[in-house]
Design a protein around this ligand. Structure first.
Ligand code: ZN
Length: 305
């Protein structure tokens, strides 16, 4: 689906579930660039959809927002399958994990559980020469279309947001929010860094994007800056709610989550429409947990990670 003059949104439909993971294809006059691939398990869908839009030989870059399985898990396999001169661009801290995903895979099993990690699929290793670090504010010229990378730590230390010009649309991965039908909540599973995430949203805001498009799921219809402001506000709301419960002596995050769902209609809506599948069950709870742990860490001043 075309979402602006030079950007297509592709629903990769992992395990057949729609509206879970979006990736974005940017088509320039000379080359194309794909932002994220989605996980290994949905590669076939992605491949078929890409072929319908471009000549695959023109796909010069796969730029990852970050290396988590649901975003970059399929990148190495896609490059191998394309047999084109495609390069993977990733935050410099992510390069070694794309080349050799064994540590990433073990971390994914720990964070997601073996069952969910295996449903998403194990990323393949790839030669060093196929992977390149991308700098903060680096521009990639595709011919009349430019993609600017912005380092946006918080969700992950190696997160990158891409802004496409002249479309002026920000492809924000998990740096801004989970967004469904005008509702949003943060994507903040542990080890989420709240302050960094808020600063990163400010960094995107400085670019004044007309629109924002997220991974879970799709283009937000409201003006970009409004979405960014609301995403920031939502993080701050969650912090206040958690701090208030902790002050009241409620320490059990399950109990805080129950209270959150009672008062936060946006989040409870998203849980209803999104978490009816095995891949993203419990996502909102994990997001609450990330902010909760970050607050506890600050309160106790003891580093947990
Ligand atoms: Zn994600």
């Amino acid at each position: 689906m075309k979402i602006s003059s030079n950007v297509y949104q592709i629903d990769v439909r992992p395990l057949g579930y729609e509206r879970q993971i979006a990736v974005y294809l940017v088509v320039g006059e000379d080359y194309s660039l794909l932002i994220d691939t989605g996980p290994q398990c949905s590669l076939e869908t992605l491949y078929t959809e890409l072929k319908e839009i471009i000549d695959l030989k023109e796909l010069k870059y796969i730029a990852l927002t970050h290396i988590h399985l649901d975003h970059g898990g399929g990148a190495a396999s896609l490059v191998k399958r394309l047999e084109a001169d495609t390069r993977i661009l990733v935050h410099p801290r992510g390069v070694k994990h794309v080349v050799d995903p064994s540590k990433l895979w073990n971390a994914a099993i720990k964070v997601l559980g073996r069952e969910v990690a295996e449903l998403q699929g194990k990323p393949e290793p790839i030669g060093n020469e196929y992977v390149k670090g991308i700098d903060d504010y680096e521009n990639i010229d595709l011919g009349r279309v430019v993609v600017k990378a912005i380092h946006t730590p918080g969700h992950a230390p190696h997160h990158v947001v891409y802004i496409v010009y002249p479309d002026n649309i920000a492809i924000t991965g998990d740096a801004v929010a989970t967004y469904y039908d005008g509702r949003l909540h943060p994507v903040s599973p542990p080890p989420f860094k709240t302050e960094l995430a808020l600063k990163s949203i400010d960094k995107i805001m400085e670019e004044k994007p007309d629109k924002v498009a997220v991974s879970h799921f799709g283009l937000a219809l409201e003006p970009g800056v409004d979405v960014l402001e609301r995403a920031k506000k939502k993080i701050i709301e969650w912090i206040s709610l958690i701090e208030e419960q902790v002050r009241r002596g409620i320490q059990d995050p399950n109990e805080i989550y129950r209270i959150l769902l009672e008062v936060d209609e946006e989040t409870s809506y998203i849980v209803r429409v999104r978490e009816n599948n095995p891949l993203f069950k419990g996502s909102a709870y994990k997001s609450l947990l990330g902010i909760y742990y970050d607050i506890l860490e600050k309160l106790s001043n003891v580093s947990k990670y």
